[in-house]
Design a protein around this ligand. Structure first.
Ligand SMILES: NC(=O)C[C@H](N)C(=O)O
Length: 336
């Protein structure tokens, strides 16, 4: 029997049209374009149902409330379909994929987030390949987790980052292998498919918008500037440090982070580098950051750290519990 895939269409370039003000999402345009593409309707393809959202958006406009809507949508249709494809803009696709990975617990069916760099209806679009393969993989290679498909690779959602603004290879998973590579053959990288038994029903954890500060360290960064951020109603700060978790060792700057920690603000030390992991014990400069109470972001992407913080802060947990949980492997987002 042909499998049945639910497509949640949120917006993004894949369904956009050129306008005098630049590309904009256009209701009905994607569905119309797909109807005219015979390859999507071949017998080897699964059946699919597209749910076009009322307000299609450029993913630059995505917010935690949109993540919630997508998660609730998957849950509402969970029993009727074999798998899920979320059509999404590329700009914040990695954030949504990471957020969904934390929000959806006990997943036994694939949720694949995808989109394109050129609209589906345009010449040389990568949308056709991305959507066609996402549907095919969702039906035939049911990786039971939230994934991101782009440029012939299926990545773990919470390990992905947008790394190329204008290339078709827009995404990478710097600290974790791709789950599936699509070439002449479809190669599943062994052992990466989750084996959930499906005894527990799918659960959606509610995420609410949270005040999280993101501070990228740079040579000459002024303590006063960071100090202003902790004066805000902020519950957590992601400190994007150098290399393996280092930063300027000026007492004034370190004191600001220490003060933040004492106020119950969770400070996560995440590296600016795309690849590799934080090890604050490696250098004296990193050790000093650890002494302020900051916890390690390990080898998580910034997208994973940010959405994991949303996930944890939304549960009203004590800062000490959040500090512990941030360093635990919840959905394969970090390597212990
Ligand atoms: N390629 C894209 O989808 C970019 C677009 N600005 C978006 O994120 O919606």
């Amino acid at each position: 029997m042909r499998k049945s895939i639910y497509v949640a269409y949120t917006g993004g370039t894949i369904g956009m049209r050129r306008s005098s003000g630049g590309y904009v999402p256009t209701p009905g345009h994607l569905v119309e374009s797909l109807a005219a593409m015979p390859e999507f309707h071949r017998d080897e393809m699964p059946l699919f149902e597209i749910h076009e959202y009322d307000d299609l958006i450029d993913s630059s406009d995505m917010a935690p409330t949109d993540w919630q809507r997508i998660a609730d949508d998957v849950q509402a249709n969970y029993d009727r379909f074999d798998g899920f494809v979320v059509l999404h803009g590329t700009d914040t696709m990695a954030f949504t994929a990471a957020a969904l990975s934390f929000m959806l617990t006990n997943l036994t069916k694939p949720v694949i987030v995808t989109g394109s760099q050129i609209p589906l209806a345009e010449l040389r679009s990568d949308g056709q390949i991305n959507l066609l393969n996402s549907l095919y993989l969702a039906a035939n290679y049911p990786v039971a987790e939230v994934c991101l498909f782009f440029n012939n690779q299926l990545f773990r959602g919470n390990r992905s980052s947008k790394v190329n603004a204008d290339g078709f290879d827009a995404f990478a998973s710097p600290n974790y292998p791709s789950l599936i590579d699509v070439g002449i053959d479809i190669r599943v990288n062994a052992g990466l498919i989750s084996h959930h038994t499906g005894q527990e029903p799918l659960n959606v954890q509610t995420i609410t918008p949270q005040p999280i500060g993101l501070i990228r360290l740079y040579p000459g960064i002024m303590p006063e500037l960071v100090n202003n951020i902790i004066r805000q109603p902020v519950k957590a700060i992601i400190m994007q440090s150098y290399g393996v978790g280092n930063g300027p060792s000026s007492g004034a700057l370190l004191n600001v982070f220490k003060e933040a920690d004492e106020q119950g603000i969770v400070v996560v030390n995440a590296t600016q580098c795309l690849k590799g992991r934080v090890n604050m014990a490696g250098y004296a400069t990193g050790n000093k950051i650890a002494e302020t109470g900051a916890v390690s972001g390990m080898d998580m992407t910034i997208e994973a750290v940010l959405t994991k913080l949303h996930f944890l802060l939304s549960q009203n947990l004590e800062p000490s519990v959040i500090k512990q949980s941030i360093q635990q492997n919840l959905r394969g987002e970090l390597t212990l």
